[in-house]
Design a protein around this ligand. Structure first.
Ligand code: FES
Length: 105
């Protein structure tokens, strides 16, 4: 699948990722050398993998209660906010636009 990532400076880049390896969006962002801390390693405990889904939210499914709890603990989050570690790479992500929101990025 191919989707677009917007970094903290507003630069956009197209990213290709395999959708048959069970990877999370967080893992792909890190592998693409985006500065995602992911302190908790993808357990929905740290919220440092905070992203915003600018386009393509519909196919991604809803955030779980655990994910929402983490998002609500952030100083700033948006209706389109998600934790990248809780999104599996699937064809639903094709064409999506993701914006990095995690602190220290
Ligand atoms: Fe910690 Fe996603 S990596 S919440």
């Amino acid at each position: 699948v191919t989707f677009t990532v917007e970094d903290h400076d507003g630069n956009r880049q197209s990213i290709e990722a395999p959708d048959d390896m069970g990877l999370s969006l967080m893992e792909v962002l890190k592998a693409s050398e985006y500065p995602v801390l992911a302190t908790c390693g993808g357990m929905a405990l740290c919220a440092t993998c905070h992203i915003e889904v600018l386009e393509g939210k519909n196919g991604l499914g809803d955030a779980t209660d655990i994910e929402l709890d983490q998002l609500e603990s952030l100083p700033e989050y948006f209706p389109t906010s998600r934790l990248a570690c809780q999104i599996r790479i699937s064809d639903e992500l094709d064409g999506a636009i993701i914006k990095l929101r995690g602190e220290d990025n």
